[in-house]
Design a protein around this ligand. Structure first.
Ligand SMILES: Cc1ncc(COP(=O)(O)O)c(C=O)c1O
Length: 446
């Protein structure tokens, strides 16, 4: 018999397996807005948003009320068996969230499942096998999504063999361009003819399509509009429009993975809107339901119709309580002006980070889009001055945590500190975070 602890006594944290690599050891009791409150009553400013999930803040009263009301009526209404009002409302709303279309949607549970669905749909719709992903990308932890992921070896290195017919193209990472650091806007100017552009992602992609795979065998390009786990890399504005053109030239579908960038995070409802590019399939999760498990794809209706009934599905996809949370989340995002707040608070945060960069030699880059912002740490005296500095990244994140600010790391070498505030955050909270980050950089000797 399993020895269970007495009622009321919280078990030791040893019960959690080490595979959950730890960011903090805090035991949390509740959350409100941008704040997490521990069982000891300590308050932490949560600028991780549970990895970009709590866009409406922790336990937003309208979302919590919608969840409670729905939970009291029905917890599960399986999608193959019944329709439910919350799901029907959400499917309808998803059709209108992205310009262009006409769009339809499919609902699942996690980001990885949304990506799995997108890949399955792209292969069915095109009758082609190959998927081209981008270096530094992260798409999930299932077998197919690991195969698409190249952000860090730990996400896939222990799990070979992985599904094949996946190839990788270069993401335009202007700070790490082989020739020299340059501003993405400068890259855009050069990319107009792509002459002299030191990123040359396009030349490398063309080479891939000449040397490794026939373009007519490629079902889809899958791309994050801003690289997430790979280091919060904002590409030049011309990148997605040019990728769209290349895709169209070869009859290749464009999948925008907006699991991390969606639902207002970057200062537009979806990040593809910054460049006006219409993907064929868009994946979403995280911010959609304020913390309840829900994900899905938005896809062109004619593409969605190529899936025959029962070719894809799942027991829990589009759970009724999660749909209620999503409907309330979208109401809050729209009615409380959270997309505009993300743009404004993001600009405030980035301006503050740029000022910190000017004072600290180990900060190589400060970048971001909306409330998806980051500092990249380097060893300024080694190599060409861009040698990744994971030790400093971890030291600054730890100093911030000591001062009760939660931020995360990212990047292939853990050389990036990423800051993901909830979209409800205030100017005062951003000011506090910047003060703490300034102190943390000093304390870590950055
Ligand atoms: C861009 C992107 N795609 C997919 C995923 C996978 O999402 P999940 O962890 O919900 O499976 C993530 C998670 O961080 C992500 O950032």
């Amino acid at each position: 018999m399993v020895d269970t602890p007495a009622r009321g006594i919280v078990p030791s944290t040893d019960v959690v397996p080490p595979v959950w690599g730890r960011i903090t050891n805090i035991v949390v009791e509740r959350g409100e807005g941008s704040w997490l409150i521990t069982t000891d009553g300590e308050r932490y400013l949560d600028y991780s948003s549970g990895i970009g999930v709590t866009n409406t803040g922790h336990a937003h009263p309208r979302v919590a009320a919608a969840v409670a009301a729905q939970a009291a009526k029905l917890l599960h209404g399986q999608q193959n068996i019944v329709y439910h009002e919350q799901g029907l409302r959400l499917y309808q709303r998803l059709q209108g969230l992205l310009p262009g279309g006409p769009w339809g949607a499919f609902l699942a549970n996690s980001g990885a499942e949304a990506v799995e669905a997108a890949v399955k749909l792209a292969r069915v719709a095109t009758h082609r096998p190959v998927i081209v992903a981008f270096r530094g990308g992260f798409h999930g932890r299932t077998a197919q999504t690991m195969a698409l992921t190249s952000a860090k070896n730990v996400y896939r290195g222990d799990f070979e063999p992985l599904p094949g017919s996946v190839y990788f193209a270069d993401y335009p990472y202007c700070y790490r361009a082989p020739v020299a650091v340059h501003d993405p806007t400068a890259c855009d100017a050069a990319c107009a003819s792509c002459a002299g552009c030191s990123c040359d992602w396009e030349g490398r992609l063309e080479e891939l399509l000449h040397t490794l795979v026939y373009p007519e065998h490629v079902a889809a390009f899958i791309v994050e509009p801003v690289l997430g786990e790979g280091g919060y890399v904002v590409p030049p504005v011309g990148f997605l429009p040019r990728l769209r053109e290349i895709a169209d030239r070869h009859g290749i579908l464009l999948i925008a993975d907006e699991v991390q960038t969606g639902f207002g995070r970057t200062g537009r409802f979806f990040a593809v809107e910054h460049s006006g590019v219409e993907p064929d399939i868009l994946t979403f999760a995280k911010g959609v339901a304020s913390g309840l498990p829900l994900s899905g794809i938005i896809a062109k209706q004619e593409i969605l119709r190529t899936w025959r009934p029962s070719a894809h599905g799942g027991t829990y996809g589009g759970n009724v309580v999660s749909c209620a949370a999503a409907n309330a989340t979208i109401d809050v995002i729209e009615e409380e002006g959270l997309v505009a707040n993300a743009a404004e608070r993001g600009a405030q945060l980035l301006a503050g980070l740029r000022a910190l960069k000017a004072r600290h030699r180990t900060v190589g880059d400060a970048r971001g889009l909306g409330l998806m912002v980051a500092l990249e740490f380097v060893k300024p005296d080694d190599g060409d001055g861009r040698v990744p500095n994971p030790e400093m990244t971890k030291a600054v994140v730890a100093e911030a945590l000591k001062r009760k600010l939660i931020v995360l790391t990212a990047g292939s070498h853990v050389q990036v500190m990423r800051i993901i505030p909830p979209l409800v955050t205030t100017a005062d909270e951003v000011g506090l975070a910047l003060r703490i980050l300034g102190e943390s950089l000093e304390a870590a000797g950055a």
